[in-house]
Design a protein. Sequence first.
Length: 442
Amino acid sequence: MGYELDEAIELIAQLPDSEVDYARVFNLELLRIKGDNSEAYNLCTNILDDTKDPCVRFIALVMQIAHTIFLGNFKEAQKCSKNAEDTYKSMNQDQKYKIKKWYPLYFNWRGNIATFSSDLEDTFKNYFKAIELYKELEPPTRITNTYINIAATYTNMGRLDESYQILQQIQDKLPTKSLGAFFLPANFGLYYRVIGDDKNGIKYFEEALVGANNLHNDNLKYRANHMLTVYHVDLGNRQLAKKHLDECSRLLSTMVFNKILGEKHQNYLMAYYLKSSSRAKHKVQAQELLEPIVYEDVIDINLTIMATTALLEILLDELRNYGEEEVLNEILSLVDRLEESVKQQKSITVKLSTIIFRSKLALVEGDVNHAMDLLKKAEEIATSSKVIYFLERINTERKSLENDIVKWQELINSGASIKERLEKTNYREYLEEAQNFARSFT
């Protein structure tokens, strides 16, 4: 839909009675843009129950994929995708021509499903198929949204230069009132956050919030406020963080969302805010909110990783203050859980951040050789995956450890305490990075 929303509504109203089913599926698209995913889901279900027209069914199923993803029901999204594929195969050539503008969108959403499943190969395969099909259309109105998805995937892989180039190329090509008004600045914000440019990071996340407000889309408003809450916590701006946290709570109370998943996301966000407090009781409250997310059944692997890293931060602060071996053992056990989660999530960048963080803990344990082996392992993965962003930093970390290896051995042999060893490492940088890259998938 390249039209303004009001114009689109007028055009839909002008469709004849014989096209009533198409009017209903076009209204689905309007509901999607507005973020009314629950109402859209119900309308979609009614359409699929009422009509046997394969063209209408295909469009409705493609929209249903979108709505189920936003509602956090990824298994249902996969089921809708399979039904859409079967419906398309049953069509004749005239019917396929009739829905040709919707066919690339189907591959775009399949790419999104693959992203949430952390299957990067399938993600790119579907996104590039969508691009290929969009280029056959005139005009290719939705193509920019797929490019944004590709840029986001490159960022998650640590291929930051490629991500930035795509975002730059499409920033003046967005259709009016498209969801790109949120997703383009949000991805610029993520890029700048990863490279450490906080001024531009905040600027673009605030632009994403403006875009979400202009679209009157509560789902996107929630996501923008979520990102700004976390960012302001990390920058020490607790007053601004609380403002966005309160807005997240308000939005969540009005949104029809996967209830359990919504509560877990909000508990994580509240815990993230509380852990930044200087008061011990707030850190305890944060820990109590995070532990169920970490230790109970996983319904969102990225949220589990984010919660695990936040819980690790709390325990590491405790270790830094008291230096107790019991706390170190709890941390090591939690890192084992984190590594298992990262295996499921399959993000190269989260994996590399976790390995480097684990090498820092090996130094705290007093095992210099294991620390070096882990850095070499990270270097091999970064080299084979062509993650230049990490490769340069891993080289620096490895050379630094090689230069300081005698000092570390002397420190360990002298009986230095856990607290002393922890203070010599820059562990927090990589733990925060793992959390940020995991957050970029949400």
